[in-house]
Ligand binder design. Sequence first.
Ligand code: SAH
Ligand code: SF4
Length: 466
Amino acid sequence: MSNFGSVNDLSCQIGFMERVRSLLSEIYQNPPKAHIVVYGCQQNVSDAEKIRGMLKTMGYEMTDDIEAADFIIFNTCAVREHAEQRVWGNVGATKNYKRKKENLIVAVCGCMAQEEKTVERFKKSFPYVDIVFGTHVLHRLPEFVYRRLSGSGRIFETSTEFADIVEGLPTERDRDIKAWLPIMYGCNNFCTYCVVPFVRGRERSRKPEFVLEEAKKLIAEGKKEITLLGQNVNSYGKGEEHGVNFAKLLRQINALEGDFRIRFMTSHPKDCTEELLLAMKDCEKVERHLHLPMQSGSDRVLNAMNRRYTKEKYLSLVARAKELMPDIELTSDIIVGFPGETYEEFLETVDVVKQVKFASLFTFIFSPRANTVAAKMEDPVSREEKGKWFTQLLKVQEEIAAEQNENYLGKTYRVLCDDFGSKEGFLSGHTAGCAVIEFEGYKNLIGQFVNVRVDNVSKVLYGTII
Ligand code: SAH
Ligand code: SF4
């Protein structure tokens, strides 16, 4: 409890935002500057939009220049070791900034800040880090900033007791055309390699009315693409009385008025139902793209990963999706070198990749993570050997992608123009699948849908507006 009520109430944190605002105006003549560093997945990018919203409400101005900042916050990722290494290095560099700027506040949040051992290391070896707080208490940032600014000692808050969703936090989005819309948080699946259930907690869904209200707001602001986010969107609404599952939610958002598209990720194959595929097919605003992480093509490895589907089930899902939506594009995640995986089992993955012909693949070498079952499994294959398998898979996928690109030639697509292209005078946009096409055009087309005919295919697709 604080003077404003429970620290988990929005009204309480709004109170802290106001108090920080007045404190900052006493300390600084001009508005102080804040810099956010984001690692990892779209969930983290979406959380960073809330962090930015709260910081701005507190009176900070954003800066891209980390050295100019009075407040630096790292929103970290723990999903693979590589991501963590970058965080240690970059947080370490703030030591020098702190020497130059006495008032500088350094904060660390996100998935690494929810791990016990990691937090201990911040405590002991990074004395210049002022605030460390986990994923469950993101909404309490204003309170932490207030406490630190008003002379409290270093703050470490990693409790997981609060498991509700705080609605209504200020959000400052970083893109004009596309928006992330989280529909649920956490994960209950405990895939044996994955740290997410440990650092993001149990699955909890936002109420459909909040999701719909936010979607309406985004459409009114002129967003043209809304990506619904969740570790496994297919579990949306499970155990809730309202009875709105993910397929129903998709239909409700699709029914909203406006010219916009809907995307979603991630969809766990074990929960990808006929009802969902039918909803996708029926909903004209839902893009023809399904990110369906396969992880492995070997039944033994899938079982050891606790994925709860087989290669056959995966392939039949893909076949059904293609049958219902012949133009659908599939993407996937693959882990190479899971503990105990043999070369023959890896080749089964390659075989499925060749059969499905994914539009693109996100490929990772297995990285042991604290607390996970897989981290304790025997792992006899060397990193070097795994690296060779990884390269082999990338090559196979590159060939498939090049072959797939040929299919675009001569066809016309409705493209959402969302950026400048890689060449002067060119713009870039993507199809209702996930192909990116570049074409000549003026910048006022950014944010609009245009019809583009593909007339040149290399690594990039080039087209002409028609
Ligand atoms: N919830 C999403 C993805 C979460 S993590 C899903 O279930 O698909 C994103 C991807 O990182 C995973 O799909 C997996 O391919 C990869 N990944 C997760 N943990 C990993 C680990 N320990 N080592 C290597 N890759 C991992
Ligand atoms: Fe991790 Fe599996 Fe949950 Fe995805 S579904 S976040 S891979 S545990």
